[in-house]
Design a protein around this ligand. Structure first.
Ligand SMILES: Cc1cc2nc3c(=O)[nH]c(=O)nc-3n(C[C@H](O)[C@H](O)[C@H](O)COP(=O)(O)OP(=O)(O)OC[C@H]3O[C@@H](n4cnc5c(N)ncnc54)[C@H](O)[C@@H]3O)c2cc1C
Length: 295
């Protein structure tokens, strides 16, 4: 029987040294909520586990100029309670608050959520809408920063190489004129991964009363969380009114039709997408609540 070596770096130098030993069978351990199940499966044996839980330096939320910086080991409980996240990235706070149960949120990290690359990852959907960048560290001590959309390649697939750890996410902090929201539909209301999720970010100028900088992130629709540029273009420059809510809902249903043509869940997801879009729209609180006109 093969054995697994475990290292628990406590400093950046120790982490770099551990990453330098990585092989294709090496795994990073953060909260373990995805990994522990995964490595129990046949053929998922590891040679080296790099336990990141002794790296407090990777757990933080910081304002840095116009940017918000979030350490990879920040848990969803921490994100949910963080005043900076509340003020400058509300959709991430909302997403964090809807991950699993309190027990899961206490240990599950934003880094593990992205690196696991599930299409249903709530944190990834919010970070996509926030246009986040990802910074990684490798076994030679090299740091690289790239857009999150370049890291998420598909279901369970990322651009991370063996021995490359996510250390930080960064995005422009949302200001007073921005609004953001997150909505999700699961199998049931608690401890449930998303069957569909949406993160919305808009800038709403109260004088001109139009939407700008519209960003629509969708999760659990395709292989990975993604932004819908076509839908964003349709909403850009529009007033915050019922027609904009309808366009969002129709665009969301369209994205579902494009992403899973012919799949058994399509009729359910198409209709759910409309309800989800109205939930997210109403959570922005930029106009009186709207309801879908179910046909
Ligand atoms: C009961 C239950 C309910 C859940 N509900 C939800 C839910 O509602 N929404 C949701 O989004 N998820 C949910 N999940 C999934 C899981 O909790 C999240 O994906 C979580 O964020 C994973 O983070 P972790 O810290 O536990 O990662 P781990 O399990 O430790 O790691 C996950 C993967 O990421 C890699 N990894 C971890 N950290 C890094 C890093 N810094 N750099 C590079 N690679 C890294 C690991 O090697 C592994 O491959 C649920 C899980 C369970 C068991």
């Amino acid at each position: 029987m093969s054995t697994t070596d475990v290292v628990a770096p406590a400093t950046t130098d120790e982490l770099v040294a551990a990453l330098a030993r990585a092989t294709p069978m090496t795994r990073l351990l953060a909260g373990g909520t995805d990994l522990v199940n995964d490595i129990r499966r046949p053929g998922r044996q590891t040679d080296l586990l790099i336990d990141l839980s002794h790296m407090p330096a990777l757990s933080y939320v910081r304002h840095d100029g116009d940017m918000l910086r979030v350490g990879a080991m920040t848990t969803f409980t921490e994100l949910q309670a963080d005043p900076l996240v509340h003020e400058h990235a509300f959709c991430l706070e909302r997403a964090a608050s809807q991950v699993g149960s309190a027990q899961i949120r206490n240990v599950a990290t934003i880094g593990g959520n992205v690196a696991n690359a599930s299409p249903c990852a709530d944190g990834a959907t919010a970070l996509v809408a926030l246009s986040a960048e990802v910074t990684t560290l490798d076994g030679s001590g090299h740091r690289a920063t790239r857009p999150l959309r370049d890291v998420l390649l598909g279901s369970g697939r990322t651009a991370l190489t063996d021995g490359e750890a996510i250390v930080e996410f960064a995005f422009a902090a949302l200001g007073n004129e921005h609004r953001s929201a997150f909505a999700k539909i699961g199998w049931r209301t608690a401890v449930s991964v998303a069957r569909l999720s949406m993160a919305l970010v808009v800038r709403f100028d109260p004088v001109a009363e139009v939407l700008s900088e519209v960003r629509v992130g969708l999760g659990a629709v395709g292989e990975t969380a993604f932004r819908d540029a076509v839908l964003e273009g349709l909403l850009e420059g529009r007033p915050a009114d019922e027609e904009s809510a309808r366009i969002l809902a129709e665009g969301c249903a369209d994205a579902v039709r494009r992403s899973i043509p012919g799949r058994y869940s399509l009729p359910y997801k198409e209709r759910a997408a409309v309800g989800l879009a109205y939930d997210a729209w109403n959570a922005l609180r930029i106009c009186p609540p709207c309801e879908p006109a179910w046909g």
